[in-house]
Ligand binder design. Structure first.
Ligand SMILES: Cc1cc2nc3c(=O)[nH]c(=O)nc-3n(C[C@H](O)[C@H](O)[C@H](O)COP(=O)(O)OP(=O)(O)OC[C@H]3O[C@@H](n4cnc5c(N)ncnc54)[C@H](O)[C@@H]3O)c2cc1C
Length: 317
């Protein structure tokens, strides 16, 4: 049996950042477990960007405005303390990622660029062209690899959390390559196993591996799960495959059109239009289709995301 102080299950953005934090004390032994090779974690699929009130484009932006937009966008259902914590800390996290080597896109004067995104009252989204998650994931992996007290278990699948009914004792893993069961003992286990929207089999922007086995292990260990109903539906993807068409398409000025060629968001969110919060845009698309204004038939119907007016150069950029 191998002993660790902290076992982190998950090597996406959340797991790697947690592992780095735990490893800051060099006497702490940390293990990171991932069923896929870390750089294949789903964080790498995030394209559009990450919100932080840097105020680089409009100086009036602030963590309070970010918190207001987030709470309003959640229809006041969000945990407000968590929202304030996130919004107050977001700028420093961006500068930390920048120092660690994330190649954020820049303004002409060299400061980090920001673009408009849904539900935000200022251009607040920090990005790295259209591969923000990819570069964040790779940078965090590099940083974690550089720390001697972090040990990786790549392509090991969490089978179960080991506990004595009161306290966690470790994890039982399946070594996918060798077909063996391996137990790790740990004083603390952090679960960062990501989302699970692959349970929606018909259309999903999630990777095939996002199946929820991490939360299932927590449930089997008797832990309670919170807010399970809050699954995000991203409004735009390719009609047949569900492959994401980044929110940047609308952030940079794309139009949503129904079969009649109408910019139908006028009906649902006349001020914010295509940049209304994602749940509103998703619902609006669904209403249009159900009212018979979608393109195509039945459950395969869709609407258009029109970028033609942006011009070839802008789209390529
Ligand atoms: C297509 C797409 C685009 C997105 N775009 C954006 C965006 O522009 N901006 C934004 O802020 N957010 C975006 N998101 C959301 C964002 O990507 C996720 O919220 C975030 O990456 C989740 O990070 P994570 O570390 O929690 O999970 P993940 O990156 O999914 O990592 C989960 C980790 O857990 C491991 N794991 C899971 N189960 C097990 C198991 N049983 N045993 C062992 N290991 C396990 C996996 O191997 C993986 O390493 C997007 C999401 C998608 C799907």
């Amino acid at each position: 049996m191998t002993y660790y102080d902290v076992v982190v299950v998950g090597a996406g953005g959340a797991g790697l950042r947690a592992a780095i934090e735990a490893s800051l004390d060099p006497t702490i032994r940390v293990a990171v477990v991932s069923k896929v090779y870390p750089t294949r974690s789903h964080t790498g699929a995030a394209q559009g960007g990450i919100n932080a009130a840097l105020g680089n484009v409009v100086p009036d932006d602030s963590p309070d405005a970010h918190a207001f937009d987030t709470i309003k966008g959640s229809d006041f259902l969000a945990d407000q303390e968590a929202v304030f914590f996130m919004c107050e800390n977001a700028p420093e996290i961006i500068y930390e990622l920048d120092r660690w080597g994330v190649p954020f896109s820049r303004l002409p004067d060299g400061r980090i660029a920001q673009r408009p995104f849904g539900g935000a009252s200022f251009p607040r989204t920090v990005f790295s062209a259209d591969r923000t998650g990819h570069v964040i994931l790779h940078t965090l992996f590099e940083q974690a690899l550089a720390r001697e007290n972090i040990h990786f278990y790549n392509e090991y699948f969490l089978l179960d959390i080991i506990h004595d009914g009161n306290r966690v004792k470790g994890v039982a893993l399946y070594d996918i390559k060798n077909g063996e069961v391996v137990n790790l003992r740990a004083k603390a286990v952090i679960l960062a196993t990501g989302g699970f929207a692959r349970i929606y089999w018909k259309r999903s922007t999630n990777a095939i591996g996002n199946t929820g086995d991490g939360v299932a292990a927590a449930l089997r260990a008797g832990l309670s799960l919170k807010d399970m109903e809050f699954i995000q539906f991203h409004p735009t993807g390719l009609a047949k495959t569900g492959i994401l068409l980044s929110e940047a398409c609308r952030g940079e000025g794309g139009y949503l059109l129904n079969a009649l060629g109408e910019r139908f968001m006028q009906r649902y969110a006349p001020e914010k239009m295509e940049l209304a919060p994602r749940d509103m845009v998703s619902r609006a698309i669904e209403y249009e289709i159900r009212e018979g204004r979608g393109v195509g038939e039945g459950t395969s119907a869709y609407v258009y995301l029109d970028l033609r007016h942006l011009g070839e150069e802008k789209i390529k950029e």
